[in-house]
Design a protein around this ligand. Sequence first.
Ligand SMILES: [Zn+2]
Length: 198
Amino acid sequence: MRTPLIERVPVRDLKGRPLTPCSVEKALENVRTGLARWDPDGVLHLNYQPLAHRRIYRQVQRRDGYVCAWCGGPGSTLDHVIPVCWGGETSLENCVIACRACNHSRNNALPSAFVEWTGYRPRHPILRRVLAHEAEYVARAQERLKTRPLSSCLSREEAQIWVAYHLPEAEREIPPPTLAPLTRIKPDMSPFGEYFVP
Ligand SMILES: [Zn+2]
């Protein structure tokens, strides 16, 4: 019986801290798409900071507790208020805690579209601020995406969007941001009934 050959490539972050090794294919793809570079010793260095993502998550969780900012139900996922594909950053200012149902069903929709769709009136101060001036927040996020460095990205998705936005226009393959929530919430996966604030 043949044992499959699985070659793993050592990976480090921007500060040289070791991360989980990845496959050769993934490493090559990371380099091809500009998310990483090789050093002379054959170590892959990521150009973004996945370790800082956990730090932001912990800080947002400490601030918001285990409460979904949208529906008020129990929640524990990190939700980007201006979604990453719209240029939103992983930062304390742009992240709240959301339950899986809200996070998943909102997908890449902007807060106003989600609120319109669900009928929620979120009380979280960040959501209220963004909802009151959403167009400005989106414009600012996209402007910042053009000027902030790739190293400011804290997840692979964020780094991919950054790279896509910095390619010449003809080479861009950015999935168009969705205007409305993609997935409908199934009643059985949702705490909505209980926490619904019309
Ligand atoms: Zn929720």
